[in-house]
Design a protein around this ligand. Structure first.
Ligand SMILES: Nc1nc2c(ncn2[C@@H]2O[C@H](COP(=O)(O)OP(=O)(O)OP(=O)(O)O)[C@@H](O)[C@H]2O)c(=O)[nH]1
Ligand SMILES: [Mg+2]
Length: 266
């Protein structure tokens, strides 16, 4: 597991002209890093917040999130690196903000938000390594400079987990599901959110109608034939790892509605 060290990240940010903070639009509240934003502000850097994975939420939800963050005084765009939606606008927006050449843009944010995928989408070809398996450990291992076009450079960084990191995002993005000592509590938290925000999510993903997170884990383990060897009890840890993996790959699909933020319940 490789996470960026804050000191190295600060140095890299200092040397860049623009800071791009990548957020997972399924849960902007818990995947935004106030610390990164404060660092950018303290360094007087232009900051652009990019809400990525917008293919996983309805368009009006993406719009609402963008408006909320804009209302806080930030430059913000929503895109889908995977579907190459909004990437051309992003490219133009960066040039509009920076106004000098040559320039470099440092891409920062929580692990697995799609930082490397965005760089590849802007390049139009691969170059930054992305996770082949969703939810695998922090994929980008080192800071890497990539050329987008002459005079336009982007710096890929490994994900950072802010100290204030949201639960359970900080845990499930900080390590791969395999590395988690106890995957059950974060999986239960994810299931609670899934049940709350998309009541059909669990049934759709697994054909399980149960609504109690612990019983869902048990039923999933039974369905998949995962049992402890000696006690023959369902192996809920394996089911929990599956839940976390499926959240990363959006097989277990839900998103936090913007109203949640407006209601001030975060
Ligand atoms: N659905 C969807 N998935 C995406 C999108 N962008 C990236 N992903 C997926 O999210 C996972 C993480 O993408 P990466 O580009 O490796 O993310 P990263 O932020 O560079 O990750 P680290 O280097 O580990 O910090 C991969 O499985 C991508 O395929 C997107 O726009 N939509
Ligand atoms: Mg990466």
């Amino acid at each position: 597991m490789e996470l960026a060290s804050w000191r190295l990240l600060a140095r890299t940010m200092k040397n860049a002209d623009v800071v791009l903070e990548v957020v997972d639009i399924r849960d902007p509240i818990h995947t935004r890093s106030r610390r990164v934003e404060q660092m950018a502000e303290a360094m007087d850097k232009d900051l652009i917040i990019v809400l990525n994975k917008s293919d996983l939420v309805p368009r009006n939800v993406a719009e609402k999130w963008a408006r909320i963050i804009e209302g806080q005084g930030y430059d913000v765009l929503y895109i889908s690196a995977r579907h190459r939606l909004g990437t051309r606008i992003l490219r133009g927006f960066i040039k509009h903000v920076v106004r000098i050449k040559p320039f470099s843009v440092v891409v920062v944010g929580y692990p697995k938000t799609g930082k490397s995928s965005i760089i590849n989408a802007l390049r139009g070809r691969k170059g930054a390594q992305t996770s082949p398996i969703p939810g695998s450990p922090g994929y980008t291992k080192a800071i890497q400079l990539l050329k987008i076009e002459p005079g336009f450079y982007m710096i890929d960084t490994p994900g950072v987990i802010p100290v204030e990191g949201g639960w359970p995002e900080a845990i499930i993005r900080g390590r791969s599901p395999e590395e988690l000592v106890d995957p059950v509590p974060p999986a239960v938290a994810l299931l609670e959110r899934a049940l709350k925000y998309n009541p059909k999510a669990v049934e759709k993903a697994y054909g399980i109608r149960e609504r109690d997170p612990m019983l869902i884990l048990e039923e999933l383990a039974r369905k998949r034939g995962w049992y402890y060897k000696l006690s023959k009890e369902p192996l809920i840890e394996e089911a929990a790892r599956t839940i976390i993996r499926d959240y990363h790959r959006a097989k277990l699909l839900f998103y936090v509605p913007p109203e949640e933020y407006l209601g001030g319940r975060h």
